[in-house]
Design a protein around this ligand. Structure first.
Ligand SMILES: Cc1ncc(COP(=O)(O)O)c(C=O)c1O
Length: 393
């Protein structure tokens, strides 16, 4: 008897486990995993502590505390002009991770096809597989002589839509490329969803890390898309509290119902005190959000300069806190060999992005490495010093 269920038997161990262990073993500066090595605003910490002291310590309402759902609706209106009914159009989840699971299990039947942009955030494929759906892939390609930004071939995307297509996932700002889907791209995707009666799930966890002149646009706010889009976000990246795991889904009542039905049997409800604190965070003044972007812009520039000096060819991200760099001219067999060398011999950990491509597309990631810059300036400066050894190699 094989004790492991067939549906998860072939799941790989995430690439982060290998590289976190390797980084620790070699005391490398860890620019691999995407979590800040600093805390978010003190007043938001205080809000969580206050909620605990005030007795917000028993099961929260399953759909989310009233104060947080209200704050999520206000935030959607304030930043995107999106009208959201907090009582019927929001479910609060254990991070975007649970939201992605609930959405997939709530919408995808065995045999349904789900379109994913590649490279992808790795939980999408696992979720679709657990739901019995079939992932179909469309490539995001790096900038080249004809394209100034990461791009996809519109014909390649159009060819994937068929009678079995149920959902398309759109992650913008995108991990790991740092791409922001612009208005023309979102309008193209919206047109296909409407024409083929397909749902869209957007993963917008980096919505507040967007560098000018790029702008973050919400697919749900395009004409005809409110009724067929499920918008996912979370507080982890916007407020630098990734460990608090407060996420949410916004959708019209008919769709949110499917998410609530799944959510009630996955976690039922998530941590009350942290919901209170994230409600306060979503209501922070504009200056907070502007400061976050400014700080990340400086970190991005520092990292991009350091990688350039080291002889890599970074692709400056439009958003998120990740930068991909080209490494294919450096003489390594592939991204894994490069990232292992970098971690072990140079003392800086990065992530090999082939982990975010399906087997038969791995060649597209072999010449790249992903670096996270959600780190204190001291950490990034230490990485810069070590990376200089790469140029001397
Ligand atoms: C694209 C993307 N989606 C979702 C998540 C998970 O978000 P959360 O920490 O809110 O579960 C991450 C975290 O790295 C991410 O990069």
């Amino acid at each position: 008897m094989n004790p492991i269920a067939a549906r998860i038997r072939d799941f790989p161990t995430t690439v982060f486990s290998e590289f976190s262990a390797l980084a620790q073993k070699h005391q490398a500066v860890n620019l691999g995993q995407g979590f800040p090595d600093f805390d978010g605003p003190e007043e938001i910490c205080e809000a969580a502590i206050r909620a605990i002291r005030d007795g917000v310590n028993q099961y929260a309402i399953s759909a989310g505390t009233v104060v947080l759902r209200q704050a999520i609706a206000e935030h959607a209106q304030r930043f995107y002009g999106q009208r959201v009914d907090p009582t019927t159009e929001v479910v609060v989840t254990s991070g975007a991770t649970e939201a992605l699971f609930d959405v997939t299990l709530g919408l995808v039947d065995p045999g349904d096809e789900v379109i994913l942009f590649e490279p992808y955030y790795d939980s999408y494929v696992a979720n679709v597989t657990m739901a019995g759906g079939t992932p179909r892939y469309v490539l995001l390609r790096p900038p080249d002589a004809d394209h100034a930004r990461w791009w996809y071939d519109p014909a390649e995307l159009e060819a994937l839509f068929n009678d079995k297509t149920k959902v398309i996932f759109v992650n913008t700002p995108h991990n790991p490329t740092g791409k922001i889907f612009d208005r023309a791209e979102l309008e193209h995707i919206a047109g296909l969803c409407i024409r083929h009666d397909v749902l869209a799930v957007t993963d917008e966890v980096y919505e507040h890390i967007v560098f000018e002149p790029s702008r973050h646009l919400r697919l749900a706010t395009l004409p005809g898309m409110a009724e067929r889009t499920l918008t996912i976000s979370s507080g982890g990246k916007s407020f630098s509290f990734t460990g608090w795991k407060i996420g949410w889904v916004i959708a019209v009542p008919a769709l949110i119902d499917a998410i609530q039905k799944t959510h009630q049997f996955v976690t039922f409800a998530v941590s009350g005190p942290f919901q209170h604190a994230i409600a306060a965070a979503l209501r922070l003044p504009d200056a907070y959000f502007a400061g976050l972007v400014q700080s990340y812009r400086e970190k991005r520039d520092l990292l991009v300069d350091a990688l350039t000096v080291a002889g890599l060819r970074p692709i400056a991200p439009e958003g998120s806190y990740f930068a991909m760099a080209r490494i294919d001219h450096l003489g390594f067999a592939d991204d894994f060999e490069f990232c292992r060398y970098l971690t072990r011999d140079i003392g800086v950990a990065a992530i090999p992005p082939t982990a975010f491509y399906v087997e038969h597309h791995r060649d597209h990631g072999r010449g790249l490495a992903r670096f996270a810059f959600c780190k204190r300036d001291e950490t990034l400066l230490a990485a810069r010093d070590r990376l200089a050894a790469l140029a001397r190699r």
